[in-house]
Design a protein around this ligand. Structure first.
Ligand code: MF3
Ligand code: CO
Length: 248
């Protein structure tokens, strides 16, 4: 599965990634106590349009917004609504953009104001796991190496790894083959090659791994109500190693 066939395509994917990074920067800054999730979604829509992009989330299997905003015990796919950002929340922001047919997709989790040290540790470990997965994504490595690198961080830190949702190939569609699991066995699975693009996205919970979907049919929450963090980057595998396309 080679996604990027040449420099022209690579340039388009880089641009999609830059736009996603801009959405992250601006929404993170705008996410202060009292701002409604829907206002943040509107801001994302404005940025995406201004950058000559379209949203890959809007209408995806009927998804009704431009970004996913998943507070606290919501793991992923939270739908922006009238709920306001509050001091002490953690908020996962997942955003994507399509530029001339090419996709970017990335997620961050951040605190609104002060949070307890263990909450910060959860976010830090999840971000560290993303980077461990990225560093393992070199040509010739296998997907099991990537998943193992991610899982090892969760085990060491003592957090639950969400298994029902995964990373994915990305390119001319948001979700392409292969699935990129957040756990795995070294030396197993598909071999990575230059030209592939993947989205790596660990989700760790303060408590157990179990998940449940709310009645809105989208929001995925921890069954035990514990906090959850999510970090994601779109990366290209190049002969020189991974290139992260969605850096803020
Ligand atoms: N960005 C998510 C992912 O990382 C998918 C969001 S799909 C949506 O794969 F429909 F919820 F937007
Ligand atoms: Co993704």
């Amino acid at each position: 599965m080679i996604t990027i066939k040449g420099p022209a395509e690579f340039a388009l994917m880089r641009q999609a990634g830059r736009v996603v990074a801009r959405v992250h920067r601006e929404l993170r800054e705008a996410a202060v106590p009292g701002v409604a999730m829907l206002e943040l979604d509107l801001l994302a829509a404005r940025i995406i349009a201004e950058e000559d992009c379209t949203s890959n989330f809007l209408n995806y299997h009927g998804y009704p917004a431009h970004v996913c905003l998943s507070p606290n015990e919501v793991i992923v796919h939270g739908i922006p609504d009238s709920r306001k950002v509050a001091e002490g929340d953690i908020l996962s922001l997942d955003a994507g953009a399509i530029y001339r047919g090419w996709h970017g997709d990335a997620a961050i989790t951040f605190a609104i104001g002060e949070v307890p040290p263990e909450t910060q540790a959860l976010m830090d470990a999840t971000e560290r796991a993303l980077w461990a997965g990225i560093e393992a994504s070199v040509p010739g490595a296998r997907l099991g190496d990537v998943g193992h690198a991610i899982e090892a961080v969760a085990i060491e830190a003592g957090f639950g790894v969400v298994r029902e949702y995964t990373g994915h190939g990305i390119g001319q569609q948001m979700h392409e083959e292969p699935q990129v699991l957040n756990y795995g066995q070294p030396g197993k699975g598909m071999r990575l090659k230059a030209g592939m693009a993947i989205a790596i996205e660990p989700m760790f919970n303060l408590g157990g791994e179990a998940t449940r979907v709310l009645d809105d049919h989208w929001s995925v929450v921890t069954t035990d109500g514990s906090l959850s963090a999510h970090f994601e980057h779109t990366i290209a595998i190049t002969k020189n190693g991974p290139e992260v396309l969605t850096l803020p």
